[in-house]
Ligand binder design. Structure first.
Ligand code: NDP
Ligand code: RET
Length: 297
């Protein structure tokens, strides 16, 4: 009861999604799985974009059984490898005529220093650059399918984040927890800049702090796992953690708030850096440069 009282924010939308197509990244577990389940329950065709297809298949079967929706598919997507991201997008674009919801949910936290296949530091590489490239590759389809939405999972931790352009890959100095926060700030800046560029396109975008949620995110930190267990009463279930993503994906009339940050199904405060349009534009340009993309898309 106490936890229910503390975990504010329930997506109360009754919107049904027959004929709608959604992608949820990192949907084999945690918040992503619950988000995918809810979208499937509403009748959407849901693609679980997972780096481990076997884990994805288990989740898909569970979702199909729970919702009675057989239109739940698993596709391989490793956000730590731009080749995998491009292959995922190519196959999806060949397979589907529409894309109405892109939930950029997958994430890693507090990894020991490591690099993606393309040499990016793991947090910025997976959490920001991977989703940046994925969004780029799917944007035309989202525009063609408008009204459509992109939801980016960020975190309260973005408040501790800074974009150190001279050390974006953590090569000069590295802290596993701060690297996570930097990448979550990048998610917010990406959302803001994307919203600005998408004005009038019918595609809107939102960033989300899901709350503090029981999941596998703490896998790299025994202290975090211990804290989560000790204070379990304050920690949301993945289903509760999915509510703000669902709110942003489904709530009618949210279009004018494109680019905003949400927590507990309401507008949430963003750090000073997270509101800085100059940093947002510079991060956009640097991200395009790193990924070999044109700046205007
Ligand atoms: N839990 C929390 O308290 C909070 C979570 N968030 C954010 O919510 C989002 C979901 O997290 P949560 O459900 O808690 O965490 P989980 O660790 O439970 O789930 C993360 C998902 O991301 C996937 N993933 C990780 N790396 C990659 C990759 N390289 N390519 C594709 N998928 C990948 C994981 O796959 P696999 O199972 O194969 O590892 C898993 O499916 C994250 O973006 C996180 O930052 C924000 C604030 C708080
Ligand atoms: C201070 C405090 C807590 C708060 C933890 C917070 C605020 C964690 C945030 C985690 C994030 C943002 C993770 C992923 O992005 C607990 C553990 C509830 C227990 C009580 C003491």
């Amino acid at each position: 009861k106490i936890r229910k009282m503390l975990s504010n924010g329930v997506c109360t939308s009754n919107v049904q999604l027959p004929g709608k197509v959604a992608i949820v990244t990192g949907a084999n577990t945690g918040i992503g799985k619950e988000t995918a389940k809810d979208l499937a329950q509403r009748g959407a065709r849901v693609y679980l974009a997972c780096r481990d297809v076997d884990k994805g298949e288990l989740a898909a079967r569970e979702i199909q059984a729970a919702t009675g929706n057989s239109q739940v598919f698993v596709r391989k997507l490793d956000l730590a490898d731009t080749k995998s991201i491009r292959a995922f997008a190519k196959d999806f674009l060949a397979e589907e005529k529409h894309l109405h919801l892109l939930i950029n949910n997958a994430g890693v936290m507090m990894c020991p220093y490591s690099k993606t296949a393309d040499g990016f530091e793991m947090h910025i590489g997976v959490n920001h650059l991977g989703h940046f490239l994925l969004t780029h590759l799917l944007l035309e389809k989202l525009k063609e399918s408008a009204p459509s939405r992109i939801v980016n999972l960020s975190s309260l931790g973005h408040h501790l984040g800074r974009i150190h352009f001279h050390n974006l890959q953590g090569e000069k100095f590295y802290s596993a927890s701060l690297a996570y926060c930097h990448s979550k700030l990048a998610n917010i800046l990406f959302t803001k800049e994307l919203a600005r560029r998408l004005k009038g396109s019918g595609v809107t975008t939102y960033s989300v702090h899901p709350g503090t949620v029981h999941s596998e995110l703490t896998r790299h930190s025994s202290i975090m796992r211990w804290l989560w267990q000790l204070f379990f009463i304050f920690i949301k279930t993945p289903q509760e953690g999915a509510q703000t993503s669902l709110y942003c994906a489904l709530t009618e009339g949210l279009e004018s708030l494109s680019g905003s940050h949400f927590s507990d199904c309401q507008l949430a405060w963003v750090s000073y850096q997270g509101r800085n349009e100059i940093i947002a534009r510079r991060l956009w340009n640097v991200s395009c440069d790193l990924l070999g993309l044109p700046v205007d898309w």
